[in-house]
Design a protein around this ligand. Structure first.
Ligand code: SF4
Length: 313
């Protein structure tokens, strides 16, 4: 990943290569107990003009993926305008949308997004059990809206990938979750399994949520088996290679080069990025250093490094 700001002036173009994570704001229609964006502080959403001025700085980039997130990006009144602006002004940039999917339960909204669709929409479903999903989102009825939203996106040929964020409340249901996705949304063709970053609300609620990778790994392996059975593409995010059997390592995604971005004035855009996950010194001379994504540093801070088993042969 290369990240260079061409000069100190905040209005000059940004040369970016890889993937940037762009939070459109902190507002959300859910209030998830595992939200990393919610740190309990009250933040204002960035203005439309602030977003446009940021987009104008990145539109020349050719090898850039922008992950549009929040909060929940679709609750912004200017969401459709921002998507149209980005699509028309920066057609070379790949747009990925991270959304809870609820707004897509409105068919009219879905139809409008479909005019300038992102390359895919990643939608977390926290369980195949509606009540558990709603417990995690703290919004009754959110499961039904998310499921309807995914159906509507499929109807409008928007590529959508359901994913689950593994935690103590749902890890034993991972195989059933993948079965649910395969049966309910076979058109999606893919499912994501993310390990959890213990930041924000997830950090506040960590006693309820935290689960050691070594305990969730057997269920992740079974979930992969289910995905393979149904021909679903499955991608596991930030699970150390050494905690799953060898045959499952190919389903673990390599480290994604992402520049975290929340605000155009964010100091991290000036080049010194804070790395928030990866392998660590305890990996030593493991043969997978450089290939293995490691895991979240928030996880290592909570559980230490004892689980890691460097692999030498
Ligand atoms: S020891 Fe480190 S590099 Fe090796 S597989 Fe485990 S986490 Fe990955």
């Amino acid at each position: 990943m290369m990240t260079t700001e061409t000069c100190g002036c905040s209005l000059r173009p940004l040369e970016l290569d890889g993937s940037i994570y762009c939070g459109l704001g902190f507002s959300c229609d859910n209030d998830c107990i595992l939200c990393v964006a919610n740190n309990g502080e009250k933040h204002e959403n960035m203005s439309t003009s602030a977003m446009i001025s940021y987009f104008d700085r990145i539109i020349e980039n050719k090898n850039l993926t922008i992950q549009i997130s929040g909060g929940e990006p679709t609750v912004r009144n200017d969401f459709l305008y921002l998507m149209e602006y980005l699509s028309l002004k920066a057609p070379l940039i790949t747009k990925v949308l991270l959304s809870n999917g609820r707004k897509f339960s409105n068919m009219d909204f879905t139809a409008k997004v479909a005019v300038y669709p992102p390359v895919c929409v990643l939608v977390p479903i926290h369980s195949c059990e509606p009540k558990l999903h709603d417990t995690i989102t703290r919004r009754v009825g959110s499961f039904n809206e998310t499921v309807l939203g995914i159906r509507n996106m499929i109807e409008y040929k928007i590529t959508v990938i359901p994913k689950i964020i593994v935690n103590k409340l749902n890890y034993k249901l991972l195989p059933e979750f993948v079965e649910f996705v395969a049966q309910t949304f076979p058109e999606c063709g893919a499912v994501g399994i993310d390990t959890m970053d213990l930041l924000g609300a997830a950090g506040v609620n960590k006693e309820v949520l935290k689960i050691k990778h070594i305990d969730s790994a057997p269920y992740i392996e079974k979930a992969i088996d289910v995905a393979v059975k149904y021909g679903l593409h499955v991608s596991v995010i930030y699970m150390p290679f050494c905690l799953v059997e060898e045959k499952y390592r190919k389903f673990i995604s390599p480290d994604q080069s992402i520049v975290m971005y929340k605000d155009p004035r964010d100091e991290r855009l000036k080049g010194n990025l804070t790395k928030e996950r990866g392998t660590v010194d305890a990996c030593g001379k493991c043969k997978y250093v450089g290939e293995c994504p490691g895991t979240w540093y928030s996880y290592f801070r909570e559980f230490g490094y004892d689980e890691l088993k460097p692999i030498y042969d």
